[in-house]
Design a protein. Structure first.
Length: 382
């Protein structure tokens, strides 16, 4: 039952519609009840805990993992009653005399809404009434998020939220290339967002499939997004010399590396990546030559896969830093295409690139330690 409760909380976190978790503690004289609420702090999801005492309230904050652990401990050991409030439904946790828990679902009264922003009102990033969202299948004619478009809507909304602080910076004009744009969900969303903020913007949505390019251009003209153009091209063939932001979401395997190479060589100021699969490293990784120190976890296939992901994206971040980029690798909530939810945000901070190979000692040590013979991104950059 505890696993079911945990999954309920996680599902509504992913849907970004969890309002609060309210619990009453058993056999506790000083605390009347507790309320847990999710919120963003410096773009990272946290939990806020408010303890209501007889004469005062005490407020605490926890990072996501620590907060989840404490919530589940409270539900299992400390609560005599608990309610989970969301925008779509509410869940009542009923405790019997043997402390076993039953879950009873209730309709939401629709009078409360989830507000995850910290010290400011919730910022609605996507305009649900926008016609392009209907045409892309993300909302219906009433502006309600469709069941089939929910995951993609949440993903686009959350990525733009993570980039808000960057978009607030005083660029004369945002010149953005969306590599592997697909149907253009992110391109349309960012273009609309920046226009609504009064920003001058031009977006090139690069996509190989001509049908998607034609459809994207037709929709862009229909909604009068004159600065949004779809182009039929491959990542490795596109020119980025006039761009100040590069986007590459779910570019498969080495396509993410090709995007990084393009961005570095064109001196693009912001490189935003959501890597997909990590096949290349697994094929070029001789685990038998890895330091014996790693045997205790690399003996398990599941950890070989996870280590390949960890190493691939960490090496990407390291190489970007060698070329003068400040790199952040963060989580963003679930995606439609893949359970992998890493977002790499790289910002050019220095014009001086470390190109001398003898200064790449850290990368060489990593490769030697794990038995990695070569790495695609390193080879292509020469």
């Amino acid at each position: 039952m505890l696993e079911n409760i945990k999954n309920i909380i996680k599902t509504h976190i992913e849907e970004e519609n969890l309002i609060k978790i309210q619990g009453k503690l058993k056999n506790h004289s000083s605390i009347k009840n507790t309320i847990w609420k999710p919120f963003y702090k410096k773009e990272i999801l946290h939990w806020q805990l408010v303890e209501t005492h007889k004469t005062k309230d005490l407020t605490y904050s926890f990072i996501w993992e620590e907060g989840m652990q404490k919530i589940m401990q409270d539900i299992e050991n400390h609560y005599s009653s608990c309610m989970i409030f969301t925008e779509s439904e509410n869940y009542q946790l009923i405790y019997n005399k043997k402390n076993k828990i039953q879950i009873k679902k209730h309709k939401s009264d629709k009078t409360q809404s989830a507000n995850w922003s910290h010290d400011k009102n919730k910022n609605y990033i996507l305009r649900n009434e926008a016609f392009y969202l209907q045409e892309l299948g993300l909302v219906d004619k009433k502006g309600e998020i469709t069941k089939s478009g929910r995951d993609k809507y949440k993903q686009i909304h959350h990525i733009i939220h993570l980039l808000e602080k960057i978009f607030d910076r005083p660029e004369k004009k945002w010149k953005i290339a969306d590599l592997g744009a697909g149907k253009g969900y992110l391109s349309f969303g960012i273009y609309d967002y920046l226009q609504s903020k009064g920003k001058d913007v031009n977006i090139r949505a690069i996509e190989m499939r001509k049908k998607l390019v034609n459809n994207g251009n037709a929709l862009a003209r229909k909604v009068e997004f004159e600065g949004l153009q779809f182009e039929a091209n491959k990542i490795e063939d596109v020119s980025l010399n006039d761009c100040n932001m590069l986007l590459a979401l779910h570019a498969c395997d080495t396509a993410t590396d090709d995007a990084i190479i393009k961005g570095i060589k064109a001196n693009v100021k912001y490189i935003i990546l959501a890597p997909c699969c990590h096949k290349y490293l697994r094929k070029h990784w001789d685990i038998r030559k890895a330091d014996k120190f790693h045997d205790f976890y690399l003996q398990h296939n599941i950890y070989q896969e996870r280590s390949a992901e960890l190493l691939t994206d960490s090496i990407r971040g390291l190489i970007l830093s060698y070329y003068g980029y400040q790199v952040r690798i963060i989580d963003f909530i679930s995606t439609e295409h893949t359970p992998k939810n890493v977002l790499i945000i790289a910002e050019k901070k220095s014009e001086k690139a470390i190109v001398s190979m003898d200064k790449w000692d850290k990368l060489e040590k990593i490769k030697n330690s794990y038995g990695i013979k070569n790495y695609y991104l390193e080879e292509k950059l020469g």
